[in-house]
Design a protein around this ligand. Structure first.
Ligand SMILES: [Zn+2]
Length: 448
């Protein structure tokens, strides 16, 4: 009896395959590396309700399949998971490329006179950065039939990310809703802001290592509790003739779910490699100080483990590394801790709090950064920082132990003035330029 049943079932399946047109699956949310959104309910084929898998802040990413030819409405049920009233100007980003790989972030700009596209990836040899003079650049990450979807409005900039502009915040219900454009591929990734996963950093470090440049050193300075690597990138100063160049330390992701800071750090390195910065101090760059938190979408992990009461593998590694730098005469004079706020909490750049003991040094640097930012089309929140001392955070430790001038900045690529990947990265370079001027002009020794 069962034998007959199997035969019948098989023949039914076969004949269905023979006659039915190709059917795409219904849209659904998939689990994948770097994502923290799951499907809660399907209202109908083009309306999904989703929820975050973690209580998080400023970060989510989802992967969907079965979306080709469809425009979806996706509602976020955020009860107990966050506060959507902070998301008002948010326009989530989407791509058909794997966001855990570096190739998903290569942007191109078109030269207005020659009409030639050029890749923004400074890790590529110069001759490989030309990308033709077509309507969209020559690239291999997005298929040709979908590429034009990602062109900027004036056609002179391309990145493999589009924006979801139809969004709605129902603050009283704590619901965020978005309606996507009609997707041209079957699988799509949608994120709150440009992602920066641990896997992406691994990919970046590998490519950087392969470049084998004389101008920087990549160091693994320790491991996290879950055995992920903590990387530092040391960049030689442009002023080789100086016997004792000063060091600028920049680190990101002590709040793990705030990816904009990591992008700004890659932008600093990009500007050095690309020669768009004329001068820079010795740079020590830590693109991700809490990789476990990044992997788990956990807002706070190691951040308060630098005081006497608490330690962590990350804080021990960072302290040992900084002590070795100090012994080698390379102690940082200025440190910048990079964070990012939710969409409507501040502009593109903002200093939320500052070390009250170092106001004399922090105020003029902040003024310089404000000036540079505004001059270059970024918005700057000119709100007095809260004057405090964060003794149990890395910045407090750097100030207390190494006499560092410790700056904290909130970045925001999803402010009303939205930033592309290029603009977000260039903002990092601008901060280096402002600090470098202060280090160079003799002001620092005088102020000490
Ligand atoms: Zn933060």
């Amino acid at each position: 009896m069962s034998f007959v049943l199997i035969l019948t079932t098989m023949s039914v399946v076969r004949s269905a395959e023979d006659v039915a047109p190709v059917q795409h699956d219904n849209p659904k949310v998939l689990e994948s590396t770097g994502t923290n959104v799951r499907q809660q309910e399907k209202i109908c084929d083009d309306y999904l309700v989703v929820e975050l898998t973690t209580i998080t802040h400023n970060w989510w990413m989802m992967k969907l399949s079965g979306v080709q030819g469809k425009s979806l409405t996706i509602g976020f049920n955020m009860v107990g998971k966050g506060n959507v009233s902070k998301w008002v100007p948010l326009q989530p980003v989407y791509t058909y490329a794997d966001p855990n790989k570096l190739s998903a972030y290569e942007w191109f700009a078109k030269d207005s006179t020659s009409g030639q596209w050029r890749s923004g990836n400074a890790l590529l040899p110069d001759d490989q950065r030309h990308a033709g003079d077509g309507k969209s650049p020559r690239q291999s990450v997005i298929s040709q039939e979908s590429a034009e979807e990602f062109l900027s409005q004036n056609g002179s900039y391309w990145e493999p990310w589009g924006r979801i502009t139809k969004t709605e915040v129902a603050a009283n219900l704590n619901i965020f809703r978005m309606t996507t454009p009609t997707f041209s591929q079957d699988e799509v990734w949608i994120a709150m802001r440009y992602p920066f996963t641990y896997e992406l950093l691994q990919d970046y470090i590998n490519v950087l290592y392969e470049k084998r440049s004389q101008n920087f050193v990549i160091k693994t300075i320790g491991q996290t509790a879950e055995k992920r690597d903590l990387w530092a990138i040391e960049v030689k100063t442009s002023r080789f003739f100086l016997q004792n160049p000063m060091t600028l330390l920049v680190y990101a992701r002590e709040h793990a779910t705030e990816p904009d800071g990591s992008w700004a750090i890659l932008g600093m390195l990009n500007a050095v490699l690309d020669g768009t910065l004329e001068k820079w101090p010795r740079l020590v760059l830590l693109p991700m100080v809490d990789p476990d938190g990044v992997a788990k979408h956990r807002y706070e992990g190691m951040i308060r483990t630098f005081g006497a009461a608490q330690s962590s593998p990350e804080s021990s590694a960072l302290q040992a590394y900084m002590q070795s730098m100090a012994r080698d005469g390379k102690r940082p004079y200025i440190s910048i801790s990079l964070h990012n706020v939710e969409s409507n909490e501040a502009d593109n750049i903002w200093m939320p709090h500052a070390d009250y003991q170092r106001g004399w040094a922090i105020k003029p640097i902040n003024a310089r950064i404000e000036q540079f930012a505004k001059k270059n089309g970024y918005t700057f929140t000119n709100r007095e920082p809260e004057w405090t001392f964060q003794g149990n955070r890395f910045e407090g430790w750097l100030s207390r132990k190494l006499g560092c001038v410790d700056l904290v900045y909130e970045l925001n690529s999803q402010a009303k003035n939205r930033l592309t990947l290029q603009r977000l990265q260039e903002m990092g370079a601008l901060m280096v330029k402002a600090c470098d001027e202060k280090l160079q002009d003799g002001w620092f020794d005088h102020a000490q």
